[in-house]
Design a protein around this ligand. Sequence first.
Ligand code: ADP
Ligand code: MG
Ligand code: ZN
Length: 507
Amino acid sequence: MTALSSGLMSYEEALRRFDPVIGLEVHVELGTRSKMFCGCPTDFGAPPNSQVCPTCLGLPGSLPVVNEAAVEAAIRIGLALNGEIAPWCRFARKNYFYPDMPKNFQVSQYDEPIAVGGWLDVPVDTPDGARTMRVDIERAHLEEDTGKSLHVGGATGRIHGADHSLVDYNRAGIPLVEIVTRPVEGTGALAPQVARAYVAALRELLRALDVSPARMELGQLRCDANLSLRESPQAPYGLRTETKNVNSLRSIERAVRYEVTRQAGVLASGGRVRQETRHWHEDTGVTTPGRSKEQAEDYRYFPEPDLVPLAPDREWVEALRSTLPEPPDAHRRRLQADWGFTDLEMRDVVAAGAVGLVEATVAAGASPAGARKWWMGELIRRASATATELDALPVTPEQVARVQAMVEDGTLNDQLARQVLEGVLSGEGDPDTVVAARGLSIVSDDAALLGHVDAAVEAHPDVAAKVRAGKVAAAGALVGAVMKATRGQADASRVRELVLDRLGAAG
Ligand code: ADP
Ligand code: MG
Ligand code: ZN
């Protein structure tokens, strides 16, 4: 066996010896204006503890009232995932202590979730081409979010090593929907990609439903990734670990892959995988143990006595069904036809999670080819160089559309456009601001260009002689010299005309 010194097994060997099973729990923060059980606002980034009231702070005597918009969003999510909407369900108290949870319990749903069953078809990019995998859904339920702890004084921002902690309850009580898959079998070596592709597809669906911006970097979509290994696809499931709060698509793939190599190492050396939660460390690329789940946690669930059961009216459910967006795969096919992309181009856009970005850029006025060029070129390079998700780059589809418009109207060439995007990404403002501040527009004013043309002719007398003698192709070197002298800002085709004109050669 090729066990690595750390006790990990190489991924390839792990897959020869074991069959992985994954399970994904995704929490999505609903984009409702007010919280789940009170009227407090949900705006992100408000001063700490400025969006709280007796109800979401769990003060004695306060009573919760269910947010209808949250129930509506949960039903639409359940329907979009092809699930059944429960005719009757209840909230339950999940009892545990944590400082960021002011009531000492979380109102959630337990054995009576609002949506049951269903599936999501997930496009997976494999070495042999695109393939669709159906991921079965166990349930989707409503609950409330907890507050946020800020650990101060340590090097890592984690509680370990901190000297004090601060708590912000603004997030406490924001509505969440938790979507839980059935165990996903049959992925083989593709388990990490399937996990990532599932979350990407779910995120796309949630955005199409307009129930949440679902931005992972803002914690609006959080994923716990479960993984177990077994000897063969016929064997019963092995014990699983649950890696918590993995906050980007890339990290999901890396965390699942890491757990495969770690669990395989444990099993191959005769050990037993502990059923536990684990934490993902983005910087080192490893998971470390969290809580043990060996003695099935006892949350003392019981029905929430302060809330009446939910019994969504059938007509309401059917009315909501009619508001569902086009299913994502049909939507993708329609976009591909509208945009005129080849299968390969579309596949790359899908794999990059850029469908929504290209769509929004086109909606902001760019041509589909122009939108694709920037997102799948310069911007995807920037994202991977900085290990960021494409949609977390600090540039908006509107800004990309503006840059492309300036290329099309001749204000910028591609090289200048890249500099403008770089300025936008480094926080220098909108494209127009960057263009003005950096003085980045194409110079096509003859008076400004002629000086450079003369200088180039003087500096390269041999080339100039060739052009005069009729070797028009040689003019490229002179055009290049002018472009260099103007740091790419000259209008290259005008420069060429001026060079030929100066040397008495015909274009
Ligand atoms: P918990 O409360 O422990 O988080 P949940 O039911 O909320 O449990 O979610 C467990 C997730 O793990 C589900 O997605 C489920 O499909 C998945 N799962 C359950 N058993 C296994 C297993 N042996 N291997 C991999 N995934 C599993
Ligand atoms: Mg869970
Ligand atoms: Zn409140």
